[in-house]
Design a binder for this molecule. Structure first.
Ligand code: CO
Length: 490
């Protein structure tokens, strides 16, 4: 099946200035249940689905989107078996997608690309003025078997796990109104709730932490924290008893956000003199337990957080400043090498004194961190898997960081660019790294992607399965077991 795209939308196949740019070419074809065999030996217990989302259409009406984060969302399902993979990919049928395909216009303003709608319509029109539904950042499972694709606003897009058919926007059963909501909700296995962080732009503005019990779509407010200049926060942290905000000094005046005529991220300003503010909030009472400053830095991803000896440790992928935000614009990526990854950094907040310490856990550049989130979220943990940038113009290799020993194991192959590593624990696993890593890798020489399966302990290849086409670089996804009703997690 191919999406009906008019000729002026057709993908340019001019020679690429750099091999990694193959990952920013649009993918127009969709496929359902295409079977591919593993090359190599996958474990006999392999089952379930790797579900992912990511930008896949990078131009509308012959006009390019400005930023990697703005491409139109494609959903991917890799249905896993010991002998092979059934591969399905479908565009998310969002309002943004329909407007792009049918009318050749950018309906909603994205991260760094403006809407084609005139300013007065965006303000006045209840639909066009609404936030984007181009959910290209992450997938998540709410409740029993309700899968959603997420972007950074409170419009979660439901989809069918088997067919990837779009089922429409998730309806919140509450009255909360927010402008942003992270695409990285955190599931608390102890309390059986999902937390998220939202922002309300107003005077004053609010950070709103919410919780939602399994099986319902009613958000409850955990805490509302007033803020004069809200920071851009892509994710937040959770330990056993606390939620932690890592507020980097990329901030916006709320009126500038509300009255802006330009895209979302261009309203923010880098203000290093503010430092990085760490706020520790009690999950149950919603009170701010500690608030302290660390050196200025920027980042998208918290890895994990945990409590130990009267402190809360928060691991974060930190950049020296916010230059990476502009550096991931598509025209910038096309002009040369960029630092697209940060350093694994630990903030330690003393619950007694309220002071913070910062330590760099590794000077190897990494991004899209993953760990055994089903078993280790919020508690002390040992291993982080991530993509890394090792002497290449773009993130290319896969890394396993042993936080106890300070060692790194890697996988890489010439001309190949790896995507987010997703850890899948072996059945009855005891060791934290007993399992496999799955990663969608683009081979720029063969113009095809393959699903790579590594031994998570050794980072050695066990198997790979070649997909029918090149898959553009995506962001996040997760593995979900076959029988969700039999599982308590997810
Ligand atoms: Co993310």
């Amino acid at each position: 099946m191919n999406v009906a795209v008019r000729p002026e939308d057709a993908v340019s196949h001019q020679p690429l200035a750099a091999p990694f740019l193959a990952g920013f070419r649009s993918l127009l074809s969709e496929t359902t249940g295409t079977w591919v065999n593993w090359e190599g030996e996958a474990p006999s217990w392999l089952s379930g689905d790797l579900l992912r989302t990511g930008p896949a259409l990078f131009e509308v009406g012959g006009r390019p989107y400005r930023h990697w984060f703005d491409g139109l969302a494609m959903l991917y399902r890799f249905a896993l078996a010991p002998d092979g993979v059934a591969y399905t990919n479908r565009f998310l049928r969002s309002e943004s997608f329909a407007a792009a395909i049918d009318d050749h216009r950018v309906m909603h303003g994205g991260f760094a690309t403006n809407s084609d709608s005139p300013y007065w319509r965006r303000v006045m029109d209840p639909v066009i003025g609404r936030m984007t539904d181009n959910a290209n950042v992450n997938v998540f499972k709410f409740g029993e078997d309700d899968f959603v694709a997420l972007t950074e606003v409170p419009r979660a897009m439901r989809f069918d796990r088997q067919t990837l058919a779009t089922l429409g926007a998730l309806t919140w059963d509450d009255q909360l109104k927010s402008h942003t909501m992270t695409a990285h909700p955190l599931r608390d296995a102890w309390r059986r709730v999902v937390y998220n962080l939202e922002t309300v732009f107003s005077v004053p503005s609010l950070y709103r932490l919410t919780r939602m019990a399994d099986g319902v779509t009613t958000r409850e407010v955990v805490a509302e924290i007033r803020v004069d200049h809200p920071a851009y926060m892509h994710s937040f942290a959770m330990s056993r008893n606390y939620l932690i905000l890592v507020e980097c000094p990329l901030v916006v005046h709320p009126l500038r956000m509300l009255l802006r005529s330009g895209p979302f991220i261009s309203a923010y300003r880098w203000t290093p003199e503010r430092g990085t503010c760490l706020t520790v909030v009690d999950k149950d009472s919603g009170t701010i337990v500690r608030r302290c400053l660390a050196e200025p830095c920027f980042g998208f991803h918290v890895v994990n957080a945990f409590e130990q000896d009267g402190t809360v440790a928060v691991d974060f992928v930190a950049y020296p400043d916010a230059a990476v935000v502009g550096g991931l614009a598509l025209d910038r990526l096309r002009t040369g090498a960029r630092q697209c990854a940060g350093m694994l950094t630990r903030f330690t907040v003393s619950l007694d004194t309220g002071t913070s310490a910062t330590s760099i856990l590794s000077d190897s550049l990494l991004e899209l961190p993953h760990f055994d989130w089903r078993r280790q979220t919020g508690i002390a943990y040992r291993y982080v898997w991530a993509v890394g940038q090792s002497g290449a113009a773009f993130i290319n290799d896969l890394q396993k960081h042993d936080l106890r020993c300070g060692t790194i194991a890697r996988w890489s192959e010439p001309g190949c660019y790896a995507g987010e590593p997703v850890f899948v624990a072996a059945p009855e696993a005891e060791a934290e790294d007993d399992g496999i890593i799955l990663s969608v890798v683009l081979d720029s020489q063969r113009h095809r992607s393959f699903l790579l399966l590594l031994d998570a302990a050794t980072m050695t290849e066990q198997a790979r399965a070649w997909m029918p086409h090149a898959i553009p670089f995506g962001f996040h996804g997760n593995h979900y077991p076959v029988a969700p009703r039999a599982q308590a997690d997810g």
